[in-house]
Ligand binder design. Structure first.
Ligand code: SF4
Ligand code: SF4
Length: 70
């Protein structure tokens, strides 16, 4: 199954739990800051391996990740 995610950058608090949760390494840190002073993570779909498993969204304490499946 192919999937993708959308990250609400204003809600992200840079805890990186989603990075640890994603076995496919589809989420990476970023250097940009949001308006609250955190650097939100990014979806990195270069490998195109997101399965839409939703582990990242389940782990996120800020409910900042939405998961879509194709
Ligand atoms: S839905 Fe699954 S595969 Fe896709 S980014 Fe989240 S944890 Fe990784
Ligand atoms: S788990 Fe949520 S709050 Fe933590 S880095 Fe990922 S998107 Fe941001």
């Amino acid at each position: 199954m192919k999937g993708y995610i959308k990250i609400n950058k204003e809600n992200c608090k840079e805890c990186h739990l989603c990075i640890y949760a994603c076995k496919k390494e589809q989420i990476i840190p970023s250097k940009e800051f949001n308006s609250k002073g955190y650097r939100p993570v990014c979806f990195d779909d270069k490998k195109g391996e997101c399965t839409g498993c939703a582990l990242c969204a389940i782990m996120c304490p800020e409910i900042a990740i939405e998961v879509y499946r194709e």
